[in-house]
Write a protein that binds this ligand. Sequence first.
Ligand code: DQA
Length: 154
Amino acid sequence: MKILVLNGPNLNLLGIREPEIYGKVSLEEIEKYLTDFAENHGVEIIFYQKNGEGELIDLIHRYYREIDGILINPGAYTHYSIALRDALLAVGKPAVEVHLSNLYKREEFRQHSVTAGACIGYIAGFGVDSYRLGLIALIDYLKRREKDGAGGKA
Ligand code: DQA
């Protein structure tokens, strides 16, 4: 099983970026943690962070044939990237959206996600743990679908 993990703009600055909101853990540490966690579950992770909307879309186009699912933190693109939403819908791979912060506790413009509707589910507000919980949810979903046949539901 192979999962593409995508991180949007400014997430490369995790650890120094508004630590009171996003915590002190770096993206490199998240990558290492997720890779180890996935490996223990027999899952391979392909991990990227890109600041550009088109770069994230290009990665979805490049990898969709060889992956089983997508774990994505679209960063600020969450709130307005219809192009990213369309890319997720176009490839039809099960995706889980994750956020470090609880968007409903923040500014009004963050309280709407255009990308979450293209995902099977959404986890936010648990800091770095959102990634782990999102990955578990995605792996469980994919395993269940494998067991039940391609028509399995969330
Ligand atoms: C974020 C929330 C977004 O609103 C913000 O633009 C980010 C990070 C999160 O993980 O909490 O870049 O996606």
